[in-house]
Design a protein around this ligand. Structure first.
Ligand SMILES: [Zn+2]
Length: 168
């Protein structure tokens, strides 16, 4: 029998000592809201235009909604019009794991959180052009897979508020 997570002690976003790779399905389920769980742990996709952060929330960063790992800076976000939050690159090399995804009869490039392995979305090569005219990527991210941490706020503060919202 696996015990569900009791309070924030076992939450990898609030406790750096918790190894998110060791959490069980039941523990993830108790930690995440149902949509977050479906996306992060079962590679579901939110319907376009329905997720969080289609509008820019402000300066700061976007962290994995599962484990709190920093994935994107607000300055990497752009408006693609595709219906999901879009970023042209991750906050630093190694923040994401890149996988080849052959589901749904397509070959796509999938990105996952490098800390917990949570599914984020897919990467396409049709992002905005850089100053030299070279095309950047478009990271098409599920809004429910990430949590915005405002500039100046700590990850713990932002996630405490985020998890509390779920409980009410
Ligand atoms: Zn993660």
């Amino acid at each position: 029998m696996t015990q569900p997570i009791q309070g924030p002690v076992g939450d990898p976003a609030l406790n750096a000592a918790v190894d998110p790779r060791k959490l069980t399905v039941e523990q993830w389920r108790s930690l995440l809201d149902p949509l977050e769980f479906a996306i992060l742990r079962e590679s579901a996709t939110e319907r376009p235009g329905t997720g969080r952060y289609l509008e820019d929330p402000g300066p700061g960063a976007f962290h994995c909604a599962g484990c709190g790992h920093k994935l994107y800076g607000a300055g990497h976000k752009f408006h693609s019009g595709c219906g999901w939050p879009s970023f042209f690159e991750e906050v630093e090399p190694g923040a994401l794991e890149i996988h080849r995804d052959v589901s749904h009869f397509m070959v796509r490039t999938e990105m996952r959180c490098a800390r917990c392995g949570g599914h984020m979305g897919h990467i396409f090569d049709d992002g905005p052009r850089d100053a030299a005219g070279k095309r950047r990527n478009r990271h098409c991210v599920n809004g429910f897979a990430i949590v915005y941490v405002p500039e100046g706020a700590s990850v713990a503060e932002a996630f405490t508020a985020h998890r509390r919202k779920r409980a009410t």
